[in-house]
Design a protein. Structure first.
Length: 879
């Protein structure tokens, strides 16, 4: 399987092939994606597939789309819809009828080949949602039973069907999440009108000689640093396509990051129609080790194998990238999973990833999202049934971002007899479903196997697969050389015999994050957190009407279309808003609501990530946390760490502070200070300072001390005194410096003398009621701080980005709290993506803080808008 070569033969997607058109593939070992499709509903096509799948059929009036796309994604490509309108208010529901998508749709393409004796041709599918009939040149090559499952990639030998001129038609059937193996969104967002139906990954044509190859599996015996050599094993399945014995040589090339190469070869002989596995091995001296970004570099090797018959190429694999690294896991005495990377205990801090609602892929966009993950200090993303496109894993490999992939919850994928959540809704599996599961797992394993960014594969989400399905999944992964952990599910409800306990939990809480009860900071939380992520006004105006925005603060209990689905507990913001009103006071207007929401979001994410980082070495350690969620499939009012338009806000910067590599954090419940070191290198002296002041700037308590830090540790180093002396509200500033007085972490909290009082006995799976809220309303009684601001360009950054240092000076004798910095263009529109070193900051009296910002472009009248809790709005001109 060759993934996303994406050769640009767009002209071939029309009704007829132009005279003298170049062949789509022309040589053994070459494959190419179908470059584009004509797309049409079967309601608009009266001809039989045996006719429409012949060259010359007139499809000129059909919608023209690119090499991949669901029906809705394709119609957006074709200009029938635009997402600016679709995503505004409730337009997706009110203006788009799902009726046109209740019938099958056709994907059609014509292409040229040069068939001849000794040439073999294959059609390879990689992702069609969720079942299809496939016709080529008037002949059916697969029906919807065979070509089933969104991940059911198949390879069809079409040698006897191809001609010089060829026509391919794929008839995709409407996906039903409870009947089909599709890509569902559960309650994350509204369902797309087409339920994701269509050719969402590319379809390939491949040409070979007498012997064809499967993708190679690359295995290493590496398990920890310090070894002088590593054994590399390349396993490749070969098949003789001829009716006679064929002999030849399988050669392999391994290229190092420094471009040095190792040549390998092994002769083979195959009887007529025979298939066998050929193994190439070598020892790699002085291997370069691949590390997660927070711990080191990401050197990548590549391997390619070629089958030669009669001194000619018969088939050749794609270049497969791989890294020298080792991932393992074990379940500890608390029944919690701990991962190890290269022999080192690895605390997973990450977020749940969402693809585009129409499954549109944008490499540049995902690269930015991955940069955001790492910029926040996280190290992992979880893909729950959304394995996206192959390029995602290439980006993760290059950037050192770990990936937990796996199947999704709450629909056909988990229609087990013991899953009461979908009983009577999702259709139980039959014998064909087990075959589809096998095909799906094998296809994804072949795509994922060599990627060093893979942390684990979860063969279940909310529920574990039954023993039969689990055995199929495990065998498929093992057959494809899987060397990473295989996890039974994301929860502790049960497990299959072949895998044992998952060691992962998904107990919530989904709204509050204090203490160590009900799923808080211990063990491995696979789906947890406050779920906050309120976009700022510049983003809200892109997808909400004025009435929608008024609802946010005028009707706090109203169900909202841009929250979760209407049947979800998260369809409204009532729990969130009750807390906001109680803790910060009733908002006066939208701007006031959004400022308070950002403070809430900042608090929530910071406390979660600090809680896990601080409790990494507890008696029951906090081994991992996946925040729900990282991002949204479309513009949303919650469940994100940056919004759909790639603008970071309170939830982003709360995460970023809480996930610093070296950090100093406050434990709300124990009133203790934790020293956190998530690195593998720095040791030595550190200086910690703690200062607690009241709103007038008067010191309540102040301490400073020196302490030693060690890598990959967290520990309590003392208490904060004076909390009981707080009258209304106070500010706590913690700072951490190295032996050279370099600032490593600066961390500010606003506190009262007590905590929210929770009614633990009344907890549900998603919410713990609060009997008494803390009161932060005294914050709004503070006088306006005198803030001096200016910016200087940073020269010689070595990148295409613009960089500026924004200086903030609080000239007052009291704090300037929650200062928000917003980068805008000359028209006042927010600029994104943008990388702020810090944001939503609080300055102590007479304090000066420098904050760096980076962004692409520049020279267009960019400004920084400054606003916040008790500061007057101002604008800083950039260069």
């Amino acid at each position: 399987m060759n993934y996303f070569l994406n050769l640009a033969f767009w002209g071939l997607a029309g009704a007829n092939i132009a005279p003298g058109a170049q062949p789509l593939v022309d040589g053994s070992g070459i494959s190419a994606a179908i470059p584009g499709w004509a797309l049409q509903s079967t309601a608009q096509v009266s001809e039989a597939l045996s006719d429409s799948s012949r060259p010359g059929f007139d499809s000129s009036s059909w919608h023209k789309i690119g090499s991949k796309g669901t029906i809705m994604g394709g119609l957006v490509q074709a200009g029938l819809y635009n997402t600016t309108d679709l995503f505004f208010s409730d337009d997706l529901e009110s203006k788009v009828s799902p009726k046109p998508y209740t019938v099958p749709w056709l994907y059609r393409n014509e292409f040229t080949l040069r068939p001849d004796t000794g040439k073999h041709f294959f059609l390879q599918t990689n992702g069609i949602t969720s079942k299809a009939d496939i016709w080529l040149n008037g002949k059916q090559i697969a029906d919807k039973v065979v070509q089933a499952g969104a991940y059911g990639g198949k390879t069809y030998d079409v040698t006897k069907l191809v001609n010089t001129s060829n026509a391919l038609v794929i008839k995709t059937y409407p996906a039903d999440y409870n009947k089909d193996f599709a890509l569902g969104f559960v309650d994350w967002n509204p369902y797309p009108p087409d339920n994701g139906t269509g050719v969402w990954r590319e379809v390939y044509i491949k040409q070979t000689g007498p012997v064809a190859l499967q993708p190679p599996r690359i295995l290493t015996d590496f398990n920890k640093p310090g070894v002088k050599s590593v054994k590399i094993t390349i396993k490749t399945d070969l098949q003789n396509l001829e009716s006679k014995q064929v002999s030849g040589t399988l050669t392999g090339v391994i290229t190092s990051p420094g471009k040095d190469s190792i040549q390998l070869s092994q002769p083979f002989s195959l009887a007529s129609g025979d298939a066998k596995t050929v193994i190439l091995t070598t020892s790699l001296q002085s291997p370069q080790i691949w590390w997660p970004k927070q711990w080191g570099e990401q050197p990548l090797y590549k391997a390619q194998v070629t089958a030669h018959v009669n001194n000619a190429i018969s088939d050749r694999s794609e270049n497969r990238m791989f890294g020298i690294r080792h991932v393992s896991s074990h379940v500890n005495e608390h029944n919690d999973t701990i991962f190890e990377v290269n022999g080192m205990p690895f605390q997973v801090l990450g977020g749940g990833y969402a693809p585009d609602i129409f499954l549109r892929w944008d490499l540049e966009r995902f690269t930015t999202q991955a940069r955001y993950v790492l910029d926040m200090g996280m190290n992992t993303i979880r893909l729950e049934g959304k394995m996206e496109q192959p390029e995602l894993y290439d980006v993760a490999d290059r950037m050192g971002l770990m990936i937990m992939a796996g199947w999704e919850c709450c629909d056909k994928w988990e229609a087990w007899s013991y899953n009461d959540d979908v009983a009577g809704v999702a259709v139980p599996w039959n014998s064909n479903d087990y075959q589809t599961a096998n095909t799906s797992m094998r296809h994804e394993a072949a795509m994922l196997q060599s990627h060093p960014s893979m942390l684990a594969y979860l063969v279940g989400s909310d529920y574990w697969p039954n023993d039969k399905a689990a055995a199929i999944y495990v065998k498929a992964l093992k057959d494809w050389g899987w060397q990473n952990p295989i996890i039974a599910s994301a929860a502790k409800r049960g497990y299959p015999e072949v895998l044992g306990p998952s060691g992962l939990k998904m107990d919530g809480p989904y709204d509050w994050w204090y203490n160590d009860q009900l799923g808080a900071a211990f063990g491995f939380g696979s789906e947890l957190g406050a779920g906050v992520g309120t976009p700022e006004k510049g983003s809200l105006q892109k997808f909400l009407s004025k009435a929608d925005m008024d609802d946010l603060w005028q009707h706090p209990n109203k169900g909202l279309y841009h929250m979760s689905t209407s049947d979800s507990q998260f369809h409204n913001r009532s729990i969130y808003n009750t807390a906001l009103w109680s803790r910060y006071g009733a908002p006066k207007n939208l701007d006031d609501y959004l400022l308070k929401a950002q403070m809430m979001d900042y608090e929530a994410t910071k406390s979660q990530f600090e809680g896990y980082a601080a409790y990494w070495e507890n008696e029951r350690p906090a081994t991992g946390a996946i925040y729900w969620m990282l991002n949204n499939a479309w513009p949303s009012l919650h469940w994100n760490q940056f919004d759909y338009y790639l603008h970071p806000a309170g939830s982003y910067f709360g995460t970023k502070v809480g996930s610093r590599t070296e950090h100093i954090a406050y434990d709300y419940t124990k009133k203790e200070i934790y020293l956190i070191n998530r690195s593998q290198n720095p040791t030595g002296d550190r200086t910690v300072q703690s200062e607690l002041i009241d709103p007038a700037g008067k010191t309540i308590s102040k301490t400073a001390f020196r302490i030693q830090t060690t890598p990959n540790t967290s520990k309590s180093i003392g208490k904060v005194s004076g909390i009981e002396k707080i009258q209304d509200v106070a500010f706590l500033r913690l700072t951490l410096e190295d032996s050279g007085s370099k600032s490593l972490s600066r961390n500010v909290y606003w506190l009262t003398s007590g905590l929210d009082e929770l009614d633990w006995d009344a907890s549900t799976w998603y919410y713990t009621p609060v009997n008494k809220y803390v009161d932060y309303s005294a914050l709004w009684k503070m006088p306006t701080a005198s803030l001096v601001t200016y910016a200087n360009a940073v020269n010689g950054s070595g990148t295409s980005e613009n960089a500026y240092t924004v200086t903030l000076r609080n000239r007052s004798r009291f704090p300037a709290f929650f200062i928000r910095l917003t980068l805008v263009d000359d028209a006042g529109r927010e600029i994104g993506p943008v990388f702020w070193e810090d944001n939503y900051v609080t300055l102590f009296p007479e304090e000066v803080l420098e904050v760096r910002v980076r962004f692409e472009g520049g020279g267009k009248g960019e400004k920084v808008e400054v606003s916040g809790g008790n500061v007057a709005g101002t604008v800083i001109e950039l260069g």
